[in-house]
Design a protein. Structure first.
Length: 228
């Protein structure tokens, strides 16, 4: 439950209340009163503000993705045509009448000699299928969403008891700090579910971050990439 501090609900502009520690605690009081502690705490606050500002007011332009057209080139085979003699009319009959004279001067019966050709000449033509072009789309790089729950100068063990019972914690070094992230998601909607779980464990100031090919990018750039 969020406390009703007057510095939050009585202001007319966006405001953030940051608890850096307790002066009554010996170890924290010594750290906050030291120049090194004040320098580290100030750097952490400035880094968090700049990171939030960049995620909201990013001016990066998403380049349109190109489709690489992969053309399959295939040589068209020559169409073989068999050369044949000119076709002969089917079933052509020629009748030749021969007259044979007998010694006695009589003519014999007419004899018919028939010649027949029955097969036509055929041509064989091989049909070649047309060459098809295939378009291979360029796959989009995968986006990985996480929930940053805190940043600290301490290198904590990734045990649930160190994070109010939350498991699946990862960390990454950033300058002189360590960023601690909870869970992973493939979409912004899934990341919002992680946010709800972290809020129930007390991490109400946590926020969603996104990585593209292992590099953290502004959240607005991720939304542009999903819309294309």
């Amino acid at each position: 439950k969020q406390a009703g501090f007057i510095v939050l609900h009585q202001t007319f502009m966006p405001s953030v209340l940051i608890e850096t520690g307790f002066l009554t605690n010996k170890s924290e009081g010594a750290f906050l009163n030291s120049k090194a502690g004040q320098s580290k705490m100030g750097a952490a606050i400035a880094e968090a503000i700049l990171e939030y500002k960049n995620s909201v007011q990013s001016n990066s332009v998403q380049q349109p993705e190109l489709l690489v057209e992969e053309e399959v080139v295939q040589k068209k085979a020559e169409v073989p045509v068999e050369s044949e003699p000119p076709p002969v009319q089917d079933k052509v009959k020629e009748t030749i009448l021969l007259t044979k004279k007998e010694p006695d001067g009589k003519e014999s019966d007419n004899t018919k000699i028939e010649e027949t050709e029955t097969e036509d000449t055929k041509e064989k033509i091989e049909v070649v299928a047309p060459v098809e072009k295939t378009v291979k789309p360029v796959s989009k790089p995968e986006l990985l969403f996480k929930l940053q729950i805190m940043a600290s100068t301490k290198n904590l063990d990734l045990k649930p008891q160190n994070f109010n019972g939350l498991g699946n914690i990862s960390k990454e070094p950033y300058k002189n700090l360590y960023r601690y992230m909870y869970g992973t998601a493939n979409s912004y909607e899934e990341a919002k579910m992680l946010k709800s779980e972290a809020d129930s464990k007390g991490y109400t100031s946590s926020y969603i971050v996104v990585y593209k090919e292992g590099v953290r990018i502004p959240l607005t750039e991720a939304h542009k990439s999903d819309s294309q």
